[in-house]
Design a binder for this molecule. Structure first.
Ligand code: CP
Length: 318
């Protein structure tokens, strides 16, 4: 926010392409605004904020939480929201992504929310369309609104992100959630531990300003927050773990391993969960620790705040 706006400026518009490109002030501003939207996220009531604006959800990968919460967020703020999938569009007839972008541009969309399996797709579209582009997940690169909603959830419980020990465990290699969270949490003063089997830890992770572990028990010791990641089999070109049963034994979070973390440790998961693979149901459903449902709830408030900030800036610069 050094130049007074939220997100990355390309041309005359700002875009949320990743946590990279935000600074602590920008993160705090979106979390603070999201706090004010929590009750409105539940029941609506701020329909003037985006009245007359159009938000297009363009999802090339499956999604339950992100797509639905962007739709709800836009509607709560009064926007017209359109959902488009490649199978239901002219892309199924061979139209390219960039031709699709040009077509959408001609319809004067205000915000384009895009998820794609290729890293950099949101950034590419931001160069081609006049809409504000929000990255809803690009390959294993970034998922910025997930990291923001995770940060809001943690901050609501701990009052701060600074000084916390956060263990992010599981399939780090394929995880855009891990990358966005590492960027955000280290920027805000958390100590981040990454843990997974050697095959699922990215080369060079130790240079991300984190501690790297292959022993889950060691990674969990005295952690304030435990964030479990799904095995992302859809991104795996080969077998990275011997079997789900063996993976759960060494890397699955169960009550016995969780007991190594702080007594009041928060358990998080971006979803979708694979119960019995990376997390045991008794932990996922234990409301003394698990804030997994609250993460989903905070997703609507955070996405309302992101839409508001980007459109407000676009209006100012129109
Ligand atoms: N966390 C997340 O991105 O979930 P969805 O795939 O359901 O959107």
């Amino acid at each position: 926010m050094a130049d007074g706006g939220f997100g990355r400026l390309i041309g005359r518009k700002r875009h949320l392409l990743g946590i990279a490109g935000l600074d602590p002030r920008a993160v705090a501003s979106v979390l603070d605004l999201a706090e004010t939207y929590i009750s409105l996220a539940r029941k609506g009531g701020a329909r003037d904020v985006l009245r007359g604006r159009t938000v297009l959800n363009l999802f090339f990968e499956t999604s339950t939480r992100t797509r639905t919460s962007f739709e709800l967020a836009g509607k709560r703020l009064g926007a017209d929201v359109i959902n488009m999938s490649p199978s239901g569009s002219a892309m199924a007839k061979g139209e390219s992504l960039l031709d699709t972008a040009t077509t959408l541009n001609a319809m004067a969309i205000d915000v384009l929310v895009v998820r794609h399996d290729q890293a950099g797709t949101a950034a590419l579209l931001a160069q081609k369309v006049e809409a504000c582009v929000i990255n809803a997940g690009d390959g294993a690169h970034e998922h910025p609104t997930q990291a923001l909603l995770d940060a809001l959830t943690i901050r609501r419980h701990r009052g701060t992100l600074a000084g916390l020990t956060v263990a992010i465990c599981g399939d780090v290699l394929h995880s855009r959630v891990a990358r966005s969270n590492v960027r955000l949490l280290t920027m805000m003063g958390s100590r981040v531990r990454l843990c997974g089997p050697p095959t699922l830890l990215p080369a060079g992770a130790a240079e991300w300003g984190v501690e790297v572990f292959t022993d889950l028990r060691a990674a969990l010791r005295e952690a304030d927050v435990v964030m479990m990641l799904r095995l992302q089999r859809e991104r795996m070109s080969r077998a990275f773990v011997p079997s789900s049963r063996e993976y759960f034994r060494f890397y699955g979070l169960d009550p016995e391993k969780l007991a190594l973390a702080k007594p009041d440790a928060l358990v998080m998961h971006p979803g979708p969960m694979n119960r019995g693979v990376e997390i045991d149901s008794s932990v996922a459903d234990d409301l003394a620790h698990s804030v997994i449902e609250e993460q989903v709830e905070m997703g609507v408030a955070v996405r309302m705040a992101v839409l508001d900030l980007l459109v407000r800036d676009a209006r100012r610069n129109a």
